[in-house]
Design a binder for this molecule. Sequence first.
Ligand SMILES: [Zn+2]
Length: 320
Amino acid sequence: MWPYVLAYGGGTMLLSLALVLVYVFTTGTESRVSPTDTAASAPALPPAASTTEQPTTTTTSDSPTSTPAGGASATGQANQPTKILALADHPILQDPNAGLANRACELPPWQSTPEGAEAFFTAARVCLDEAWGPFLQAYNLPFTPPRLHFPKAASFDTQCGTINVGIATAAYYCEGDLYLPFDGLQTDQYGDAPGVYLALFAHEYGHHVQELAGIMDAAWERIYAEGQDSPAGQEMSRRKELQAQCFSGMFLGAHVDRGGSVTRAMYDAAWYDQETRGDDTSGTRDHGSNANYAKWWRAGAYDNRIVDCNTFAAPSEDVA
Ligand SMILES: [Zn+2]
């Protein structure tokens, strides 16, 4: 028997819905309802791009010197792929040379319509599957693609409850379901900015990677233990969110300038956009400051090494 708290952090628009639902399963099974995750929105008017850090032009396209050697056997004798509930010491976060394979990702031209966005993200999911699937499988971790949903309204129902698009919620992930409400993209503000949208999607997909690996469950166990609104619980939430940022950066770093659709201009736009998202913008304490939101994305993008995404081993000040 295991009590589960199902909740999400909300900004001002969501406070009235900041429900905490406790599910107590009395059957003794391990059936669980997953916690949820969001990607922070950009502010209504993004500041001009800062020049505090320059996008790298030389190192992001380096191939990882190794992709995971992996523990899965081709003999059929391998153990069933199983998630591993671990954080800083999770096996996928240890190899200093491991990163995503560098490859081309083919995407349709961006169109700021619901149909255009759906086509874009549906193609992007294939690229993300091809990037993260083999990576996880090399560690004998399970892999299934996330199920994509494209809500047409700013409020939509999920298995984790009703979600309202707002300053703290641009997109949404819950237990294998990835939601990309068109309103959350803020296309009226960003317009033709496929790199920004791709980074947002890759952040949500990063939560799917955490879910498959077992990091998500391990993080939420800690959050429940500390209390979701406690300083320690919120810090654990930030470590989880900032790692998703780093995974997003890895994806763009692995695919920019590879001959596909991910151009340097897209990468640069994503690089600068990250500093407009985060707790300073949303008024929350569970995603990380805008500065750290950008810093961890860039850590992943810079040289595509997953060891640089170990937010769970970082000092507290780096995940503030
Ligand atoms: Zn998130």
